[in-house]
Design a binder for this molecule. Structure first.
Ligand SMILES: [Zn+2]
Ligand SMILES: [Zn+2]
Length: 270
């Protein structure tokens, strides 16, 4: 990789990531205003319930951010991690592709675990409790889940020896993908069939947000949909059959405000 690019990512990667998140959020928010498919709700009110999670996630992001920097400094100084043992013939493109695919698989595994382990599901449930899926649903991540997710990523980074610039570049692509997947819009069927062969589309992620099983436990993919195809967890549902939210463990009253959402993981499951 071009040394200049690597240095630029080291110095500015996190700022660039934040800037792009805000810019893409703004753009996708406005695209939704023009092409949104769910219209019968108060978009600003919905966003105000989800937005405070930006702030509650800052401490975890900062602490884990330092852990990422320290871990990658160590793995690169020791050349530790399986990526160092594979021979890519000096090709950084190949290194990026393999590292990207590995981290994406890691996100798939993490997501399946969040659904299958009850003590972890209660944190992820906060994201699934949204009965409208739009761009602000992306923000609805409990700080408990945020820390668990970043800790998983830290573990994948540690065992693979992913360089910092790849991690940042992947997170930028992930930002695009996550915002895209949560948009309040539908791709036309023919386009969804093509794009969905490789990527998680809004049509696919909306099935993941359907309130009933087995649909909640499908389409776990983060950026790539290939893992769901490979492990048989890919499902489709027509738009008219979709109902967002969750039909178990949760009462409507738990979802009316940020405060009540925050308490969901600590409530007794019924
Ligand atoms: Zn999920
Ligand atoms: Zn989601």
């Amino acid at each position: 990789m071009d040394n200049n690019f690597e240095h630029f990512m080291l110095a500015n990667g996190e700022k660039l990531q934040l800037f792009l998140f805000i810019a893409i959020f703004f753009i996708t928010w406005n695209i939704e205003n023009l092409a949104g498919v769910i219209l019968h709700y108060k978009k600003w009110k919905h966003a105000f319930i989800n937005a405070p999670f930006i702030f509650t996630n800052i401490p975890g992001q900062l602490i884990l951010g330092m852990a990422f920097a320290k871990t990658i400094a160590w793995t690169s100084s020791q050349e530790f991690g399986f990526l160092y043992f594979l021979n890519f013939g000096g090709s950084t493109i190949l290194l990026f592709i393999i590292a990207f695919i590995f981290l994406d698989f890691g996100e798939y595994v993490y997501h399946v675990i969040m659904h299958k382990v009850k003590r972890l599901w209660v944190f992820h449930l906060v994201h699934h409790s949204d009965d409208i899926v739009d761009i602000s649903t992306t923000l609805r991540e409990h700080p408990g889940e945020n820390i668990i997710r970043l800790s998983f990523t830290l573990f994948w980074v540690f065992i693979s020896g992913v360089p910092f610039w790849i991690l940042i570049l992947r997170q930028i692509i992930q930002t695009f993908s996550t915002l895209f997947a949560h948009m309040n819009l539908r791709l036309p069927e023919y386009l969804d069939r093509i794009v969905g062969l490789i990527l998680i589309t809004p049509n696919l992620h909306q099935v993941h947000h359907h309130h009933k099983q087995p649909y909640t436990d499908c389409n776990y993919g983060d950026v790539l949909s290939i893992w769901d195809r490979l492990f048989g967890t890919l499902k489709k549902l027509p738009a008219e059959d979709l109902i967002f939210g969750i039909d178990t463990h949760i009462m409507k009253a738990a979802c009316v405000s940020f405060k009540s959402l925050f308490k969901i993981p600590f409530r007794k499951l019924n």
